[in-house]
Write a protein that binds this ligand. Structure first.
Ligand code: KIV
Length: 260
């Protein structure tokens, strides 16, 4: 089955809401592929896979390792790689080289990178290399030491200006993170490319959430913008304790699990 292309994602604007889910490994890739138009191999893997406090230590090699697995275990969804910290900020040439590695080695079809006006040279260079780019404005986690964890620029003029700049640089879509709902709705009206929101209200053209947050992998992480659809941690903890009890009691394995 051919994967959904970047132009096909663009055409969803005004037709129906687009769905993006992150994935990092075989199981998350298979499940996300059943439900989403787009799979993002997010640098959030720094937190949800590696257990770190933020995304900053994630490397290009790690992103490519996870992208290759997700590419192998999904077939339909558009596949996007998230450019990690310092893979594009250093120079437009580095940005193109790393975006190119994502396509050539990671098997993705597009890349996402954070920042408005400041990321323009990198975005223009990647787009010139015919690599589709999703912009990412609002809260940009890679800048947390500069702006403060969770601190978002709420200035509507700057956000709108950044959105328009990125659109003219050629992004095929825009991720809006923790942008106030009214500003996100205004940006969505003002640009021709689809906006994908996370904590940016219902006025966006689509929504993204992190796989682990949708499924409740971390009982201690419940930000306002997440709707948790499953208690994975609670259910998994119960199941593993039942296994333990069965082993201790001698109730597992039974005859049905044993070879004659
Ligand atoms: O890395 C990530 O998971 C993200 C989210 C905003 C979806 O960029």
């Amino acid at each position: 089955m051919p994967r959904i292309t970047a132009p096909a994602i663009g055409k969803l604007k005004g037709e129906r809401k687009a769905v993006m889910i992150t994935a990092y490994d075989a199981t998350s890739a298979r499940l996300a592929d059943e439900a989403a138009d787009m799979i993002l191999v997010g640098d959030s893997l720094g937190m949800v896979v590696q257990g770190r406090a933020n995304t900053l230590a994630v490397t290009m090699d790690e992103m490519i390792y996870h992208s290759r697995i997700v590419a192998q275990c999904s077939e339909k969804a558009h596949l996007m790689g998230d450019m990690p910290f310092l893979s594009y900020q250093t120079s437009p040439a580095d940005a193109v080289a790393n975006a190119g590695r994502f396509l050539k080695e990671g098997g993705v079809q597009s890349v996402k990178l954070e920042g408005g006006a400041r990321s323009l040279p990198a975005i223009e260079a990647i787009v010139r290399a015919d690599i589709p780019v999703m912009g990412h404005i609002g809260y940009t986690p890679q800048s947390e030491h500069k702006v403060g964890t969770g601190k978002v620029n709420r200035d509507a003029d700057t956000l709108l200006k950044d959105a328009k700049l990125l659109e003219s640089a050629g992004v095929f879509s825009l991720l809006l993170e923790c942008v106030p709902a009214d500003i996100a709705a205004a940006i969505t009206k003002a640009v021709r490319v689809p906006t994908i929101g996370i904590g940016a209200g219902p006025g966006c053209d689509g929504q993204v959430l992190v796989f682990h947050d949708i499924l409740g992998f971390n009982p201690d992480f419940k930000p306002k913008f997440v709707k948790q659809y499953f208690d994975f941690y609670g259910q998994a903890s119960k199941a593993l304790k039942s296994f333990r009890d069965d082993v201790v009691k001698g109730a597992f394995p039974g005859d049905e699990h044993s070879f004659k």
